[in-house]
Design a protein around this ligand. Structure first.
Ligand code: ADP
Ligand code: MG
Length: 643
């Protein structure tokens, strides 16, 4: 029977043993791990060693302020005992340890709100769900993938022996804790392995896994020397923090394993960059590009940032100050030789040293992206699919690096049959027509709408490529951009098309002739539409549609206005101008109408349809529908009724 969430602890006087229920999300997680076939069962070991290593890191950090914490047992390390006879595996560390209260809180709940949130959104299908949870760290609870019962003994550094705690659970919805006297500080996690997981009690198998998953954590992992009943221990991992080694001594496989250790992400990273900066300031960085966006990429409280070390001493996780927000997808480690060991988050925010490292790391990530785009376009396409929208924020946030970000952008374009974002600005430039000196683009609600926009009909007809955009950030991004390699960006739905050298003398003559012929018509339409438009003019954009709306070069696009409004900001509504295609049969027909009321009705209809084609909501939809219905009635009425 699963317990109710957090029931009153039951106290038995003899052992002061309490039983607690797991948090609901933890129960879900445990159920998934127990019932679903998990393809990488061995990851539990990485998680437990990672916790042990974190515990050592945290004690070393705490000892900077209070050396006594380390004094009695100064060499930090991890020990692993595999006992095939008993069918157990124990991971022991002499790190920071836990108090009874901490054990209850830390091993009974999921601390990160984002992670708990994620569990609430997991699909009901267990197979699918287990694949999803494999994407990120399942932490301590992964022990239950292979263990039917888990026992934790722990004593906090600095606490007396009798302040130890024993925690135990069989993943049946609850766990128990009791106080205990423990001679040494630190934590021992013992797994009582399931019958089908006995392989993890085999020392040889465990040695192999440590080599694979935990070779380069910064602490020694020891195991009993081979041979029956050996009492001697030996170090079985390299125990040298990977980033401190020269690049030439590290294999790709080691880099990948370290990424998994660092991020708990089982997917190989797309690329990495490992650098040591020497001279005036000294720091080492190892930065990775993941192949998959984390589930919380768009959550405000999502964890991001790098793991910070100072002279090999772990200082903190998620140090956000070392990369700008728009590079939050990058993961990794930075190890500074210059920062003080007692640096706090607050100080990080203002430290000029940190600022300098941040701009160095920013360049590193941008260079890495450029290299990937050039050498491994397929991987870059994966990157763009997962993180392109985040990178676009850089155009808005980081003007200093705009020229480095521009070549990294990818767009959908009219020269491609589908809407995949595969066009770089360099591609665009290489396909420009003789005489063209604008980079044309159009932004709409969707890529389909952009592709079908009346504003680009003539451009398409002339074989000019148009970049298609439809993300929320695009309006902001394009608003920040002036030119690329001397070619100005041009929104095809605003102002003049600026065809420049593309328009021939014949084109211009034809346009002038149309203007002369249509003067009267334009004025009549203008009078009929009144305040709704600033101007009515002959279009050079249209070839198929009868009319379209155009806003001025400096006007706020309707989409942007609505976006601002949804953020609670007041923004002025731009009055568009109406462009008409004077060759279009509908416009010709309009020209022939003498009845003023009918003319006005059709002109209004024309305007509303132009607005609809843009994807804009109609100011007065019922009126539009009535007008259209009156027209349809006239069309379908029996001839006798017609005037
Ligand atoms: P995470 O490591 O991401 O915080 P885990 O599920 O792996 O999540 O661990 C949960 C928490 O339990 C840790 O944050 C830590 O507070 C505590 N913990 C787990 N293992 C140990 C350990 N060996 N020593 C001290 N604390 C531990
Ligand atoms: Mg962990």
């Amino acid at each position: 029977m699963p317990a109710e969430p957090n029931p009153q602890p039951t106290l038995s006087a003899a052992s002061a043993r309490e039983t607690h229920g797991f948090q609901a999300e933890v129960r879900e997680l445990l159920k998934l791990m127990i019932h679903s076939l998990y393809s990488h069962r061995e990851i539990f070991l990485r998680e437990l060693i990672s916790n042990a290593s974190d515990a050592c890191d945290r004690l070393r950090f705490a000892a900077i302020a209070d050396g006594a914490l380390l004094a009695d047992d100064p060499e930090l390390g991890i020990r692993i005992d595999a006992d095939p006879t008993a069918g157990t595996l124990t991971v022991t560390d002499n790190g920071i340890g836990m108090t009874r209260e901490q054990a209850i809180a830390d091993l009974g709940t999921i601390a990160r709100s984002g992670t708990a949130e994620f569990f609430r959104t997991l699909p009901k299908d267990e197979q699918q769900a287990s694949q999803l949870i494999g994407q990120f760290g399942v932490g301590f609870y992964s022990a239950f993938i292979v263990a039917e019962r888990v026992e934790v003994r722990s004593r906090k550094a600095g606490a007396p022996p009798e302040a130890g705690v024993r925690w135990e659970s069989s993943a049946d919805g609850q766990f128990s804790v009791e106080s205990l006297t423990l001679p040494k500080r630190g934590t021992a996690v013992t797994l009582h392995l399931k019958a089908d997981a006995r392989e993890f009690a085999d020392p040889l198998r465990i040695r192999g896994l440590i080599r694979r998953y935990s070779d380069h954590i910064g602490f020694p992992v020891r195991m009993r020397k081979e041979g029956e009943a050996s009492l001697e221990f030996e170090v079985v991992n390299q125990a040298k923090a990977l980033w401190t080694l020269p690049r030439t001594q590290i294999s790709d496989e080691e880099y990948r394993q370290f990424y998994q250790y660092l991020t708990h992400d089982n997917t190989d990273p797309l690329a990495w960059t490992h650098n040591k900066v020497e001279g005036k300031r000294e720091y080492t960085s190892l930065l990775y590009l993941p192949a998959r966006a984390p589930f919380d990429l768009w959550q405000r409280e999502a964890v991001r940032g790098l793991k910070l070390y100072v002279r090999r001493v772990f200082i903190m996780d998620d140090a956000e100050q070392f990369l700008p927000l728009y590079l939050r997808f990058a993961k990794g480690v930075v190890d500074s030789s210059d920062l003080p060991l007692n640096i706090s988050r607050e100080i990080l925010q203002q430290d000029p040293e940190v600022e300098a490292i941040r701009s160095g790391l920013t360049r590193r990530v941008l260079d890495l992206l450029a290299r990937l785009a050039k050498d491994e376009p397929e991987k870059y396409a994966t990157f763009w699919r997962e993180f392109g929208t985040v990178l676009k924020e850089g155009i808005v946030q980081d003007h200093a690096n705009q020229n480095a970000i521009l070549p990294l952008l990818r767009f959908a374009g009219t020269h491609n049959a589908d809407n995949s974002p595969s066009v770089s600005l360099a591609d665009y430039l290489s396909r420009m027509k003789p005489g063209q000196d604008r980079i044309y683009y159009v932004i709409a609600e969707t890529l389909e709408a952009a592709r079908g926009s009346p504003a680009i009909e003539r451009l398409k007809e002339r074989g000019l490529e148009v970049l298609l955009l439809a993300e929320r950030i695009d309006e902001w991004m394009m608003g920040q951009l002036d030119s690329y390699e001397g070619k100005r960006f041009k929104d095809a739905s605003r102002g003049d098309l600026e065809l420049g050298g593309l328009a021939s003398d014949a084109d211009r003559k034809q346009h002038d002739a149309r203007l002369r012929e249509s003067k009267g018509l334009l004025k009549r339409i203008r009078d009929a539409l009144g305040e709704r438009v600033t101007e009515v003019r002959v279009s050079e954009r249209l070839s198929e549609s009868p009319a379209c709306l155009v806003i001025g070069e400096r006007d706020l696009p309707e989409r942007m206005r609505r976006a601002l409004e949804s953020l609670g900001q007041k923004a002025p509504q731009a009055r568009p101008l109406l462009e008409v295609n004077v060759e279009h049969p509908l416009i010709r027909y309009l020209d022939g109408i003498t009845d003023g009321i009918r003319f006005a009705e059709l002109a209004q209809l024309l305007y509303d349809q132009a607005a609809l084609a843009e994807g804009a909501p109609l100011a007065n939809a019922p009126e539009y529908v009535q007008r259209l219905n009156r027209l349809l009635v006239r069309l379908t009425a029996p001839p006798a009724a017609a005037p």
